[in-house]
Write a protein that binds this ligand. Sequence first.
Ligand code: ADP
Length: 276
Amino acid sequence: MTLAPYLTVEGASFWYDNPNHVVLKDINLAINRGEFVAVIGPSGCGKSTLLRLLAGLVKPPVGRLTAAGRLIEGPGLDRAVVFQDYSLFPWMTCRDNIVLALERAGLGQTKAERRTIALGYLNLVGLAQDGDKLPGELSGGMRQRTAIARALAINAPILLMDEPFGALDEITRARQQDLLLDLWQGGSTDQNAGKTVFFVTHDVEEAVILGDRVIVMGTHPGRVVREVPVNLPRPRSRMGSLRSPNFPILRDRLLTELNLVVDERLAPGVEVGAAI
Ligand code: ADP
């Protein structure tokens, strides 16, 4: 029996205010339940916009998107979003940021339960001692872990992540990648295992380390140019993937694809910003 895809984009095109500036053109994606899909592409190709469509923050003038068989018509509790800038309220403690997200989700927990859940997730991401701190008192990596804890706390089956580690230094980024792999693979609790993840990055190595599949996007207009399966064994660790003989092959293939996209953009005579 083949299962229907869990997250789909069907013939979606998108522009913001100006229909002559088509940001995304005829995007088609089918993502399976529990799949980790990484998306790469040059800056401005519409990766974040595609994520916003999946989050229901913007609507496509053309085409449709579905999550768990339902049309995406706005934000929903089935989809949690993690942004690069953490989006934490700076005047609230880390714990209260998570408590507020739970309150807004309206999952029927008592105040005390929300507090306990928040502390549990802070513990899971290694911040058990830091719940009473304000985001400004934490490092970038710790803030991002708080944002991940908040996304996990509402227990959405779908995680949409927009360059969540883009602002972090190399070692912190590496540790966050391992933490995310561990959480997603269920190393800490079964509840986190098997989430469907849509992960935007501009880092080819990060895409290979994390993804089951890498979607390569091109620009002008933003579109899917290639889908590359990542044939590295699961469960994975960052180091294990880096040491795999397949790793450099995948990385080079993706870098070649990206170079082609950029070269095409620079080549004379290429139609830029074509209308649908
Ligand atoms: P990426 O994430 O790949 O860098 P974005 O999705 O951020 O790309 O942007 C894709 C295109 O949409 C760019 O040309 C960008 O300038 C434009 N864009 C992004 N956000 C808005 C907005 N709120 N209003 C108008 N244009 C936007």
